[in-house]
Structure formats: C-alpha cells, structure tokens
Design a protein around this ligand. Structure first.
Ligand code: PGA
Length: 242
C-alpha cells in the first residue's frame, strides 16, 4: 500500500482529485467507482473546478457508486443518488445514462444486486475505486464481521454507523437500518483503489487498516491484500501511525 500523508483536508482533496483527473485524461472512457459521505466532498469540488478549467472531460466516463440506503427513493434528499447528482454529476458533462448507483428501492433486491455486478463486469471492471472509511473500519457499507467473499448485497448497518450518520438526518430514528453495498469482493476487483481519511476519529481505523491483522472484524484490513492501494490521509488521521 502506498501511503500519502498531507497537511489537511484541502490537500487530501486536491491529491485525490488529481489522481482521478489523470486517470480520466489517460483513459477518457474510464470506469470510476465512487463514494459518498463527508470525506470525498472536497475531491468532487476540486474535480468540478478542473472540469470548469477544461482540464478534464467526463463525457465518456462511467461511474458505479459503492452503496445506497435501502428504502430511500433516489429523489429523497438523503439518498446517495441525490448526493452524487447534487455534489458532482450536475456540474460536469457526464452522460447521466453512464451513472450507476445501487437501487435503494426494489421489488427484487437479489436480482438488482446481481445485475449491478453484471453491469460492472460488462463495463470492463472498475479502473479506480474511491473509498472513505468508517470509524469501525467499514468500507462501502461492509460492516465489521464482514464476509470477504460477498459481492453487491443487502447489508444491516452497524450501530456505530447509524450513530455516525445520524448527523445527516433530523433524528437517529430516521437513519435507514439497511443498505445495498458493493461487497468486499467487488471492491477488491477494482484495478486501483484510493482510500481517503481525514480527522482524528479515523486514526484508529487507519492504523488497523495498515497494520492490523487481516480480519472480518476490520473490513478495511483486507486492503492489505490488494496490489494497488493508495491511502491519502491528513495529519490527524495519520496520528496513530507515528
Ligand atoms: P464520512 O464517511 O466520509 O462521512 O466520514 C465515511 C464512511 O463511513 O465510509
């Protein structure tokens, strides 16, 4: 794993955005795996600025998001589809038909998960996957005691995740208890992975990702086995590494 420790959130966002932008410049029809949450917001802002300066063209890019809350329509302002549209896609020239976010509402979850996997494969696989990390070491919504073999599937959210994500909702009771998430196997099949973390609350999860025992208790620890992972941290998130 390659480790980059930068000064602050802004530097982390800039570094991540340049990695994504150069991927797209080198291969205009890149398949990007994208993440939501607070962490990548700065990266999306930087990418929009690069687009506005004509430094990058997203017209041939395809995207697959990591996860979506189960039970939320895409029009719901808490859905990850809504987040992606309003923080990134509406500001760039991506073809909206090339945008993929797991379906939060479905009559047949299993079928939808299988077809999400199939779509990724048919697109040629993910060239670069962006990951945030939960305080419990989750990646996507793959919570502790994860099954490393799982592909896109319905997951129960961990208590810590529900608490941590309550900040986006009016009350903790409104946080969905389930989500659809790419599985660890899906994530590991990406050709390249960048994991972003900022702030002291992530320091322990980052330490465990890099130096912990590879175990389903810490889902992110499996990244030690991937051949091309870059971890970009601010100094606070890197605190336990010294
Ligand atoms: P955050 O979430 O970026 O909002 O901290 C990351 C995650 O839970 O994966």
């Amino acid at each position: 794993m390659e480790l980059l420790v930068v000064k602050n959130y802004e530097e982390m966002s800039k570094k991540a955005a340049s990695i994504i932008a150069s991927q797209v410049v080198i291969k205009p029809q890149s398949i990007l795996g994208l993440a939501t949450g607070d962490t990548p917001l700065g990266m999306y802002k930087e990418l929009v600025e690069k687009y506005n300066r004509n430094e990058v063209d997203f017209s041939k890019v395809k995207t697959f998001n990591l996860d979506e809350y189960y039970g939320l329509e895409k029009e719901n302002s808490q859905s990850y589809y809504y987040y992606m549209m309003n923080n990134f896609f509406k500001f760039i020239n991506i073809d909206k038909n090339n945008v993929n976010v797991p379906k939060g509402t479905s009559d047949d979850v299993e079928e939808d998960c299988l077809s999400y996997e199939k779509k990724i494969k048919e697109a040629g696989g993910i060239d670069i996957q962006v990951l945030g990390i939960g305080v419990n070491g989750h990646i996507g919504f793959n919570e502790p005691n994860v099954n490393f073999e799982a592909q896109t599937h319905l997951v129960e959210l961990d208590e810590k995740t529900i608490k941590s994500n309550a900040r986006f909702f009016n009350s903790i009771d409104e946080v969905p208890k389930k989500a659809i998430s790419m599985g660890i196997k899906t994530i590991l099949q990406s050709k390249k992975i960048i994991l972003l973390a900022t702030g002291e609350s992530k320091a322990e999860a980052i330490y465990n990702t890099l130096y912990g025992k590879i175990s389903p208790e810490i889902p992110s620890s499996i990244l030690q086995l991937h051949q091309d992972v870059t971890i970009i941290l601010d100094e606070e998130a890197a605190k336990k590494l010294k």
